[in-house]
Design a protein around this ligand. Structure first.
Ligand SMILES: Cc1cc2nc3c(=O)[nH]c(=O)nc-3n(C[C@H](O)[C@H](O)[C@H](O)COP(=O)(O)O)c2cc1C
Length: 141
């Protein structure tokens, strides 16, 4: 049994990776194999809404790392999505992964049948670019 972790942070081995490794520790203790993919330094392109993935088993656009990650997602028994909070959302790379994986999964039914999914999110360093993340970005007047 194997769980694939996907770290969509721009920072390799940062806070999101620490959270993923915490989950991996528990999984490994239970004898479950783990693998981590980190997007740092790479760009996952968004979905082109071309629907060309229908019955292809994967996205047909291979100019980035998506196809390889999607192949690993299909092989894994469990998928652990990890994202830092960027602008009160998942990272752009995670958003792109979700767009393409959801469409490829929809166009190729059954690829994710019986898989287990979970997610971790890392947020709020004390200060970032001078802003305190415990304060609202856009305070009420
Ligand atoms: C572009 C950008 C936007 C961010 N937006 C938020 C935010 O909206 N809320 C928050 O709590 N932290 C925000 N952060 C801080 C990160 O979520 C936080 O530092 C996280 O722990 C980083 O994880 P990492 O080390 O895996 O990259 C932002 C960081 C970046 C680079």
């Amino acid at each position: 049994m194997k769980v694939l972790g996907i770290n969509s942070s721009a920072r390799k081995d940062g806070n999101t990776a620490i959270l993923i490794y915490k989950v991996f520790e528990a999984l490994n203790t239970s004898g479950i194999e783990t693998e981590l993919v980190q997007f740092a330094g790479t760009v996952i392109a968004p979905c082109k809404a071309c629907w060309a993935c229908k019955n292809q088993g994967n996205c047909v656009h291979g100019q980035d790392g998506f196809r390889e990650v999607f192949r690993k997602m299909k092989e894994a028994d469990g998928i652990l999505l990890g994202s830092p909070v960027y602008s009160a959302n998942v990272s752009a790379n995670m958003q792109a992964l979700l767009e393409r994986a959801a469409v490829a999964g929809d166009m190729n039914p059954g690829l994710f049948k019986h898989k287990v999914g979970a997610a971790v999110a890392a947020a709020r360093r004390w200060r970032f670019a001078g802003h305190r993340y415990h304060e609202p970005l856009f305070p009420e007047p």
